[in-house]
Design a protein around this ligand. Structure first.
Ligand SMILES: *Cc1c(COP(=O)(O)O)cnc(C)c1O
Length: 459
């Protein structure tokens, strides 16, 4: 595996990258100093509030720069990327809505105060009750299949709704480098497969028969998708919208939802590609999309949060096996599930800090950074060159703000770590705010049937 040294971002054209690295180092040191991290609290998730705000502002500016003045634009954060209520509130105050895909995610967005008109519901398995709730609230809904559209038909016949309604299509443009995250393959489970026989005609007819269908959705993500392929998927959606509007003889489709899926660079601290690059590429590839005739919805997840999260874990023991140094830490499969189960697709950079939380210096040594779980594959990094991690040091898994520590996996009944946001304070120090408290052992027992101890023996 290649060296993923976590040095500062050299030669980046992106102004935020260096500041982010400095803030992260200060946050790790302050977390140790303030006792959020230590022998009694051997793992935490940290979120960079300044960085999240910066990314939200960059997203808005990038599309504002390419759309015609007055174009309605809704950036809806894909809640699944970081399903934490304070994060959704932070984004909401930064002008970002929510894309939800389950009753739980909708509840999180509502708890964060995200307005219904800034919320979009996409999921492949919406129940009648979910659809009814969304339509009652006025949340935008994209139908994923013909059967779901039939259910919506029934609801629209009997109830008045303010929900903007659309259909999700799969342009079937092909996969990126990670099959499990590629939503636009020929056989993807998402949306109406546009190139299947008769599908395109069905979609055109579906709109012609339903004047209330005003949106079209395509999310051709995600990680591992080249920008050019994503642009092709969006171009296909745009062409279809034009075809439908021509067919019905009016601008029935008034909004195109281009999904999210922007690739994140996990190899260094450089933000690449940027939202500005993507927006400019789309403006060149699909100019009609931005000329003011269509409102725009985006649904970015990973690219908004990934680089602003760090999970930091104490090295409980340092050992050696077969000549290999092994740091046994408290971060493994429970907080980095994808990396542990699919390390080739999801390598994470590891930064080494000493027992006081200072970046660790010293010669690099090939070592494994292991997690606490009881199976051999529970490794955050294998054969990685890093300053030697010793007992009491800290290992930080970088770029883990999306789809990592917020996605706890309850293997070995390992506790969900506490999550804290950080920002520079007025005195120059770091201030922390609790986002999610660490799970207690009592809570683990309660969630594991602790109130039903005798349930089985009584049968
Ligand atoms: C997951 C998902 C997104 C967000 O994808 P990212 O790769 O995190 O940007 C957006 N839209 C839909 C429909 C999704 O399923």
């Amino acid at each position: 595996m290649k060296d993923n040294g976590a040095g500062p971002a050299a030669g980046t054209g992106h102004p935020g990258d260096i500041g982010r690295v400095t803030r992260r180092d200060e946050a790790v040191r302050s977390a140790v100093e303030q006792g959020l991290l230590g022998p009694g609290a051997p793992i935490v998730g940290l979120l960079d509030v300044v960085g999240i705000r910066d990314s939200a502002a960059e997203l808005r500016a990038a599309f504002d720069a390419v759309v015609a003045p007055g174009t309605p634009v809704l950036h809806a954060f894909a809640v699944k990327a970081t399903p934490l209520v304070p994060v959704l509130r932070l984004l909401s105050e930064a002008g970002i809505g929510a894309e939800v895909a389950s009753p739980g995610e909708l509840a999180l967005a509502r708890a964060a105060g995200v307005a219904p008109e800034r919320t979009v519901l996409d999921s492949p398995a919406k129940t009648p009750a979910e659809l009814r709730e969304a339509l009652a609230l006025g949340i935008a809904v994209n139908a994923d299949s013909p059967q779901e559209l039939e259910r919506i038909d029934g609801l629209v016949r009997t109830t008045r709704t303010d929900s903007p309604l659309g259909i999700r299509v799969n342009p079937q443009i092909g996969a990126g480098s990670i099959e499990a995250l590629s939503t636009a393959t020929a056989t993807s489970k998402f949306g109406v497969a546009l190139r299947d026989e008769g599908a395109r005609a069905w979609v055109v007819r579906a709109y012609a028969e339903r004047p209330w269908l005003t949106r079209l959705h395509a999310h051709s993500g995600s990680q591992g998708m080249p920008l050019s392929l994503m642009a092709r998927g969006i171009a296909e959606a745009y062409t279809l919208a034009e075809e439908i509007n021509r067919h019905v003889g009016r601008r029935q489709i008034d909004t195109i939802d281009i999904g999210g899926g922007l690739h994140v660079n996990f190899d260094s601290d450089v933000t690449t590609p940027t939202y500005a690059q993507y927006a400019r590429l789309l403006a060149e590839a699909v100019p009609g999309l931005f000329d003011g005739r269509y409102g725009l919805v985006t649904e970015f997840g990973r690219s908004l949060l990934a680089k602003h999260g760090t999970v930091v874990a104490r090295v409980e023991y340092a050992k050696s096996a077969g000549g290999r140094a092994v740091a046994v830490t408290h971060a493994g499969v429970q907080v980095a599930t994808r990396t542990v189960y699919a390390p080739a697709s999801w390598p994470l950079r590891i930064a080494a800090y000493d027992a006081k939380g200072h970046p660790k210096k010293g010669p690099e040594v090939v070592q494994d950074v292991a997690g606490p779980a009881c199976f051999a594959g529970d490794l955050l990094a294998e054969g990685r060159r890093l300053p030697l991690l010793e007992q009491g040091d800290y290992a930080a898994a970088l770029d883990t703000g999306a789809y990592y520590f917020a996605h706890h996996y309850a293997y070995n009944s390992l506790a969900r770590p506490g999550v804290y946001g950080y920002a520079p304070g007025e005195d120059g120090g770091i201030r922390f705010a609790l986002v999610r408290k660490p799970q207690t052992v009592e809570e683990i027992v309660a969630e594991s049937g602790g109130e039903h101890t005798g349930a089985l023996t009584a049968l």
